[in-house]
Ligand binder design. Structure first.
Ligand code: NAD
Length: 327
């Protein structure tokens, strides 16, 4: 392909993807299924890799999330809330592992977690008291949803110690609550939500906290922004400590050395995903050592020390799974 054709295709892709991003992130009303968006986005990345001179600052490859709604007060994230790189095959996971080994000079342990299908949430505590809750927004500026997060039952309002702390995690709506909510909305002649992820986002991003309270939202917390405050040095320790401090963390994780046991974990949850009470769209592989995470750092959009392995969409699952494990 020559540069001019690439330029034309890129312009079309960017315009389409940006429309879809606004619908998904800002309006909580997606125009297309995730795997359709993902395929278009992968095409954009492939073209930008071939023609790096055509990358523009407003390309979706350089942007995190979406714009905040003007009705909300804005919260500035001192440490940006980033997106996450994703892969779709075992071969790409191995390439990620090779990149990590090359960068740090040896094999590492990974903390392997489920990728919860919700929206990212930041919780800030001052002197051990919940002070602020905010959405990711565009990664730098999020929406203030403090009143709303106070209505979510499994978010602790007070911590066991009077420390300043920021944790981050996923806000989601359990599948059963999503079904009930949509049934009710249908009966009331209201628009239904496309999926639990959009229902969670639409329910958290409410100006009236009573509406949020009436929806059954939940959280899994997975990141501590200042690990030293909790005295932890690995991601697995952070999960344990956060749980001990009253946060709702997901216990379905394990520590893998150099991709050991990872294939079984992926296969297990690819099969189990329909039976879980909450939505997952893949698994996340994180370098377990928090000092190494710091050393590896981030690109403008994603941390270099973690990657998501995305599950194939439900209908194409069997076919793609065969391809994945034979590459
Ligand atoms: P992402 O949602 O694929 O991954 C990053 C996010 O994963 C984090 O911000 C965090 O909120 C979440 N996460 C869940 N479990 C986690 C865990 N255990 N540890 C750490 N993080 C965890 O990335 P993104 O940039 O938010 O969104 C991109 C995805 O959104 C696309 O791949 C696409 O599927 C979807 N999308 C869909 C449309 C559409 O029109 N359907 C439009 C835009 C984006």
């Amino acid at each position: 392909m020559d540069q001019q054709s690439a330029q034309q295709e890129l312009q079309q892709l960017r315009s389409q993807l940006n429309q879809e991003r606004t619908a998904y992130y800002t309006n909580d009303a997606p125009l297309v299924e995730d795997h359709v968006y993902d395929q278009r986005y992968e095409r954009l990345l492939a073209l930008e890799k071939q023609f790096p001179q055509l990358v523009t600052p407003n390309s979706p490859s350089q942007l995190v999330g979406g714009q905040v709604l003007p009705e909300f007060s804005k919260v500035s994230h001192e440490i940006p809330m980033l997106s996450m790189g994703d892969v779709f095959s075992w071969q790409e996971l191995e390439e990620f592992n090779q990149r990590i080994k090359k960068a740090v000079g040896h094999a590492v342990d990974y903390c392997v977690e489920l990728k919860i299908d919700g929206l990212a949430l930041s919780l800030v505590y001052q002197q051990g008291h919940l002070q602020q809750g905010s959405t990711r927004g565009d990664g730098q500026i999020g929406e203030d949803v403090t009143k709303n997060v106070r209505t979510i039952k499994n978010i602790p309002v007070d911590l066991p110690q009077k420390v300043d702390l920021e944790v981050r995690g996923e806000c989601f709506m359990p599948k059963e609550s999503f079904q009930k909510l949509n049934n009710q909305r249908e009966q009331d002649g209201e628009n239904v939500f496309a999926n639990p992820r959009n229902a969670a986002a639409g329910s958290l991003r409410q100006l009236n906290a009573h509406v949020t309270q009436a929806r059954d939202l939940s959280t899994f917390i997975y990141t501590v922004v200042e690990p030293a405050v909790l005295g932890v040095t690995t991601q697995a320790q952070a999960l344990e400590k956060m749980q001990a401090w009253g946060f709702h963390t997901n216990v379905d994780y394990f520590v893998s050395h150099d991709l050991e046991g990872l294939q079984e974990f992926i296969e297990k949850y690819q099969t189990l995903r329909n039976d879980l009470p909450y939505g997952i769209d893949g698994i996340v592989l994180k370098v377990n050592d928090l000092a190494l995470q710091q050393q590896l750092g981030n690109t403008v959009k994603v941390p270099r020390w973690e990657i998501a392995y995305k599950f194939p969409p439900e209908e194409a699952q069997t076919k793609i799974k065969e391809i994945v494990w034979t590459v």
